[in-house]
Design a binder for this molecule. Structure first.
Ligand code: FAD
Ligand code: UDP
Length: 372
């Protein structure tokens, strides 16, 4: 038996929050991480004075005051407000769908004019219950916006026809009759000054926590199971069980990052390319997440290319359709027969969690584990 109380598999936000809270309670924790760095997908790295979001744009937003205060223990946040724009075949539109977007799309000026136009557009779905993402989008906002700002982006992102995708994906996007370009409705929002990695570093800083990077749980699975009394596993749950019930589906991504000899490439942190032809979904320009940081003659941009997932690829997004959710509940049944192991996080719980939700879920697991 090992001297540690816990083995935590994965040094992302879920694993780190759990390890931090366990150490606070005097527990001895070993954290293993298969990548060569900690922090999972929130990992940021400083390049030429700019914090580069290595795994895509990460904006912290929440309406949960407790979680906001919790994360602020580990970093000071700036007042960044996400206001992405959409580029559809060279035409620029504000996001999320708001009075600016409606003006750009239809020339409407007042909420009344916009509402009338949206109602006219939505009539196509009158009396019908939306059965898929396409129908949901049209019943929410109408065909014009669906065709230009949703269809191409969504089909690239998920690698499926919008008619085959579940409606819930699009419910995440707000529709507003105000000139408000804030992408999120949450009470709190920002980017940690100095990046996200420091948050996880501080969470793992306790003398009671040891961290090993470049270590894959599956290289020594049986050994770990026999040595550690308790294991928190934040990798993919289907892989843990050797895919014995079949594969869950994931969506992968390829990030293409470039440094450019210009001070300002696109004038905004996030630009979405919403047509079907452009192979990437968005370009992020990292310096715009912070204010006045970085070289005035240089910038770093990342193009985000959606990709099919095959075993061995990074599983960035769970694909929460009915088939996969049903299969996941079967894996949960197997998990119940393995009480030594707790499954957590975006991959262990197979859920499209944002950062605040992942921290909240980890704290819930902590409560359950330590019964307080
Ligand atoms: P992860 O960060 O994936 O951590 C799991 C860790 O476990 C990884 O480091 C992995 O390498 C490791 N691991 C897996 N298997 C093994 C193994 N066998 N052995 C050892 N280690 C293993 N959220 C927001 O709130 N705002 C945003 O703007 C936002 N943008 C996002 C953009 C993109 C492109 C993506 C992909 C996600 C975004 N998110 C955003 C979500 C956010 O990244 C997640 O909520 C959060 O990172 C999940 O934390 P986690 O610990 O569950 O998973
Ligand atoms: N979406 C879209 N057009 C956009 C941005 C998003 O159609 O310009 C859709 C797309 O289906 C996407 C979903 O809205 O998967 C959720 O978008 P969000 O920006 O919340 O996704 P994330 O940043 O988590 O990838």
């Amino acid at each position: 038996m090992s001297d540690y109380d816990y083995l935590v598999v994965g040094a992302g936000l879920f694993g780190a929050t759990f390890a931090y809270e366990a150490a606070k309670r005097g527990k001895h924790v070993m954290v293993i991480e298969k990548r060569d760095h900690i922090a999972g997908n929130v990992y940021t790295e400083e390049v030429d004075g700019i914090q580069v979001h290595k795994y895509g744009a990460h904006i912290f937003h929440t309406s949960n005051k407790h979680i906001w205060q919790y994360v602020n223990q580990f970093a000071e946040f700036n007042r960044y407000t996400n206001s992405p724009i959409a580029n559809y075949k060279g035409q620029i539109y504000n996001l999320p769908f708001n009075m600016n977007t409606f003006n750009e799309m239809w020339g409407t000026h007042t909420p009344e004019e916009a509402r009338a136009k949206i109602d006219e557009q939505r009539r196509e779905m009158a009396g019908k219950q939306p059965q898929n993402l396409e129908e949901q989008a049209i019943s929410l906002i109408g065909r014009d916006i669906y065709e230009k700002l949703i269809k191409g982006y969504t089909e690239k992102q998920w690698g499926q026809k919008a008619t085959a995708l579940p409606a819930f994906i699009i419910r995440r996007l707000p529709v507003r009759l105000t000139y408000n370009n804030n992408y999120f409705n949450d009470d709190y929002q920002g980017i940690p000054i100095g990046g996200y990695t420091q948050i996880v570093e501080k969470m793992l800083a306790s003398d009671l926590i040891d961290v090993e990077t470049g270590v894959d749980f599956f290289d020594h699975k049986q050994d770990y199971l026999s040595k550690y009394p308790r294991i928190l596993f934040t990798g993919t749950i289907d892989q843990f069980f050797g895919y014995q019930l079949g594969e869950l589906q994931y969506r992968s991504l390829r990030f293409d990052t470039k440094e450019l000899n210009t001070g300002n490439y696109q004038g905004n942190a996030v630009v979405n390319y919403t047509d079907a032809e452009t192979p990437y979904t968005r370009i992020i320009e990292h310096k715009h997440f912070e204010f006045g940081k970085g070289d005035k003659d240089k910038t770093i941009i990342t193009r985000e290319y959606p990709a099919d997932w095959h075993r061995g690829d990074e599983p960035y997004y769970p694909v929460n359709n009915q088939r996969n959710n049903t299969l996941y509940t079967k894996y949960q049944e197997l998990a119940k027969k393995q009480p030594q192991v707790i499954f957590g996080g975006r991959l262990g719980q197979y859920r499209y969690y944002n950062m605040d939700q992942v921290i909240a879920a980890a704290l819930k697991t902590v409560d359950k584990e330590f019964d307080n």
